[in-house]
Design a protein around this ligand. Structure first.
Ligand code: TRP
Ligand code: SF4
Length: 410
């Protein structure tokens, strides 16, 4: 295998629920960015099929098929199995093991206050989402992420809260299990020499820092140590290490890598979504691209060809923002506000641009589908590679959580 990810590159991890065929909203909102990251990062991308079950547990028949369709579209869009680790969540059971273990330390209130929890229950009234699995959605997502110990999680704004709770869970985990035991004992012994009040104040400051990132508390604690006695270099290192939690980051906190939100709207002016039926799929045949864009909603003020309009109130403009250069955008603005161009004229270059963008992807899809078993093989290889990374994390996790080992080394 030629494309073994380089250890020197920062790791990114992201996932999508298996929604089946990808559309332009997915491409410009996420996939294009995933593809670009391949040249700079060690990329892990996966199908979150268990997450699909949290809300669609009553209709699982579509998940496997949607998984293969989605991954085919990922590959067609430019994900490269030689450079990225592409896999399926349910095939790497370490995600489940870490979910169970992190569940032990995750306060219920943290899950209940994740904004998507109440929102989705409201939005999907027709489904019964008062389940344990649905409440645990962000916890499972945290495990998905932490089991690979990535530096970054590339996601859109809508997922930022999930990355935030992931960071909190990692912090809490490291707080409990990343202790260096003798550091703890030696540091507290040292501070006790400075007096019980200093030790108590330092402990409180340390907790404020570790749990809430309270820098001022730490600064005040340093000060109170300093005025009591000037520490030697070794002592200072010890006290500082303990105070700031220089513990082992067994599960390092990942950062969100916010994907620039693409404003590309659907045919009816709402967010592009399969469920609204307003999407242009990556597999859309050219005639259908033409038909759909010609029929796309425009600024309602342009009821007649001679009525001027405003691109800012027109969903077609959001396509120009993606596909047109400065000059063409100026042409649209000028022509639209003066009624010098008609809407069909305005749409024509977009029809060409979308067709040109999709043609090579559709050729790739035909190639992939002509090779039976190809996607399955890509996923099998990706799952094996992902599992190696996940197992490595789980060994450390089991170890620090005190679980027994039955192999020869124990
Ligand atoms: N919740 C994500 C979404 O709906 C999918 C997801 C599951 C995910 N696990 C993840 C994304 C881990 C990033 C990292 O899009
Ligand atoms: Fe929209 Fe273009 Fe028509 Fe203006 S001319 S309303 S931007 S389609």
């Amino acid at each position: 295998m030629t494309g073994t990810p380089s250890a020197a590159k920062a790791r990114v991890l992201s996932g999508m629920r298996p929604t089946g065929l990808m559309h332009l909203g997915h491409y410009h909102g996420a996939l294009k960015n995933w593809v670009a990251l391949q040249s700079t990062h060690d990329c892990f991308y996966f199908v979150a099929d268990w997450h699909a079950l949290t809300s669609h547990y009553d209709d699982p028949s579509v998940i496997a098929r949607a998984t293969f369709e989605m991954v085919t579209d990922w590959l067609a869009a430019g994900l490269d199995p030689e450079r990225s680790t592409i896999f399926v969540q349910s095939q790497v059971p370490e995600h489940a093991e870490l979910t169970v273990l992190l569940g032990m330390i995750t306060p219920l209130s943290w899950l209940e206050r994740v904004p998507t929890y109440k929102e989705q229950q409201e939005n999907l009234k027709e489904r019964d989402l008062a389940t344990y699995g649905f409440l645990g959605y962000p916890l499972m997502q945290s495990a998905d992420i932490l089991v690979y110990r990535p530096e970054y999680v590339p996601v859109g704004e809508d997922q930022a809260a999930h990355v935030e709770i992931t960071r909190e869970i990692a912090r809490r985990f490291n707080h409990f299990y990343g202790k260096q035991t003798d550091l703890e004992a030696r540091a507290t012994a040292l501070l006790r020499q400075l007096g019980e009040p200093v030790l108590r104040a330092a402990s409180a400051a340390r907790t404020a820092w570790l749990e809430r990132g309270d820098r001022e508390a730490i600064a005040a604690a340093r000060q109170s140590i300093h005025v009591t006695r000037v520490l030697s270099d070794d002592e200072r290192e010890l006290a500082e290490g303990w105070l700031t939690g220089a513990r082992r980051a067994i599960l390092p906190e990942p950062s969100v890598l916010l994907t620039p939100t693409s404003k590309l709207l659907g045919l009816d002016g709402r967010k592009m979504s399969k469920s609204y039926g307003n999407a242009i799929d990556l597999r859309e045949p050219p005639e259908s691209v033409e038909k759909k864009i010609r029929g796309m909603k425009t600024d309602p003020r342009r009821a007649r060809r001679t009525d001027p309009g405003n691109p800012d109130d027109c969903p077609v403009w959001t396509l120009h923002e993606v596909y047109s250069d400065e000059a063409r955008r100026a042409w649209v603005r000028q022509g639209c506000t003066s009624a010098e161009i008609g809407c069909l004229e305005c749409k024509q270059p977009l029809i060409e641009a979308v067709k040109a963008e999709l043609a090579p992807m559709q050729a790739r899809i035909r190639e992939i589908e002509a090779k039976p078993g190809y996607v399955r093989d890509v996923l099998a290889q990706g799952c094996a590679r992902a599992q190696r990374a996940a197992r490595d994390t789980m060994e450390r996790v089991r170890d620090v959580m005190g679980l027994a080992r039955l192999d020869a080394s124990s």
